[in-house]
Design a protein around this ligand. Structure first.
Ligand code: HEM
Length: 403
């Protein structure tokens, strides 16, 4: 093994292009021990697939963690406004399976497809307001998924700016190294979210309707209703999980298309190619760059000894560019048919909202390309944002020529 390759997500070049670092690690040190992050960093497709499929060995539950990072995580949990709450994202089976079943029916591809005309209306409305020069992120990519999930949950889409601010504050905590201010802001946001959802949950307990919060308050797991902290944590997860991610899919996707004008022209002429192109956008520049797992027992991966309690970072963005898994892995090919990208994860935690995210992206690109004859970069250019685990533009000014 060489020790030349390092994982350093703190340098500005990582935000611009993490794929160079991933490529070096994948080749020379695919099971990398990062001292700075106190974690293992995995970058090969096969290794990552095996880890995320094996939830018994590689748990999502941070209570398995040991060492310095574990102490920090546990302290965060103790100090969180919902110290006793679990979300499906951080639970293992069997409780994970039971909790997920409560909401999974709302997210089947069939149920989700029924939302298409309405999502179409939302996209058209936002673009009507945006005009010919706008910021893709603030005027379309951010509001659209927030409005859709708010309506599914049964809360007012008019509160969307507030939801967005809360989501941002919580998403910032996906940086492994966090400043005290980031942690404080996330805590404040969670407290406000709790206050907000306490009111909604009270109302639905009194009068259930057919929205998702009503499904949560009336559901029984093992003959018992969910506790108030679990109800709150679940509602907050559903509000937040799909926002930053879908927003970033739209932003990263259009960024890739602007660099490939012939692909953009082709999709404008043949919009039925958009679903395949969306899969390639997901692969090529994944909104979720990495997943965190905790070793539940001592285990060997590619000859390296991972101890029980160790943190394992599975870099999905790296897996998606692995030349062993994808031909011409660094090429953006909107017609790619064999595309088993890992951008929605794999195994028991496979993204619950994948059908919804795919539908939203399909509608957005159909609408955007259908209404324009050209899309160019606006003044100031694209500014990269995101965290170590989430990737997307912070600002994306565009100028469009109406069709
Ligand atoms: C492009 C958009 C999206 C991407 C890239 C994405 C990605 C992911 C990934 C990678 C996971 C697996 C996490 C893990 O294994 O630890 C996940 C889980 C999840 N996603 Fe998404 N997601 C997106 C959109 C959405 C939407 C729209 C929703 C819902 C409204 C959503 C809800 C969830 C939930 C609830 C989980 C947890 C599932 C579980 O633990 O069983 N996601 N997502």
């Amino acid at each position: 093994m060489t020790t030349a390759a390092v994982f350093n997500p703190f340098v500005p070049s990582f935000k611009r292009n993490p794929y160079l670092q991933y490529g070096r690690l994948r080749q020379s040190d695919p099971v990398h021990r990062s001292l700075a992050l106190q974690s293992w960093v995995l970058t090969r497709y096969d290794d990552i697939l095996a880890v995320v499929r094996d939830h018994e060995t590689f748990s999502s539950d941070s209570r398995h963690a040991r060492g310095q990072l574990a102490d920090a995580l546990q302290q965060q949990r103790r100090e969180s406004p919902l110290p006793d709450a679990d979300t499906i994202l951080g639970l293992d089976p069997p409780r994970h399976t039971q909790m997920r079943a409560i909401v999974s029916r709302a997210f089947t591809p069939r149920r989700v497809q029924e939302l298409r005309p309405h999502i179409q209306e939302i996209a058209a409305g936002l673009l009507d307001e945006a005009g010919d020069r706008f910021d893709l992120m603030t005027d379309l990519a951010q509001p659209l998924p927030v409005i859709v999930i708010a309506e599914l949950l049964g809360v007012s889409p008019d509160d969307r700016l507030q939801f967005k601010a809360w989501s941002n504050a919580v998403a910032e905590t996906t940086n492994v190294m966090q400043s005290a201010e980031t942690v404080r802001a996330a805590r404040r946001a969670t407290e406000e979210l709790i206050e907000y959802f306490n009111r909604v949950i009270d109302a639905r307990q009194a009068n259930p309707t057919d929205d998702l919060i009503s499904a949560l308050v009336t559901a029984e797991v093992d003959g018992a209703r969910l506790s108030r902290p679990d109800l709150l944590a679940f509602s907050i997860l559903l509000l937040i999980a799909g926002n930053e991610t879908t927003t970033n899919l739209i932003g990263n996707g259009l960024a890739a298309l602007l660099e490939a004008p012939e692909a953009m022209a082709r999709l404008r002429a043949e919009p039925d190619g958009i679903p395949t192109a969306v899969e390639e956008m997901l692969r090529y520049d994944s909104p979720v760059q990495g997943l965190v797992r905790f070793a539940a027992r001592d285990v060997e991966v590619r000859g390296r000894q991972i101890a029980a309690g160790d943190v394992v970072l599975c870099m999905l963005g790296a897996a998606n560019r692995d030349p062993e898994a994808f031909e011409r892995a660094d090429e953006f090919d909107i017609t790619r048919e064999e595309n088993r990208h890992l951008s929605f994860g794999q195994g028991v935690h496979y993204c619950l909202g994948a059908p919804l995210a795919r539908l939203e992206a399909d509608v957005v690109f159909r609408t955007l390309l259908g209404r324009t004859s050209d899309i160019g970069m606006g003044e100031g250019g694209l500014e990269r944002g995101g965290t170590m685990l989430l990737r997307g533009p912070a600002a994306f000014p565009v100028v469009v020529q109406p069709a």
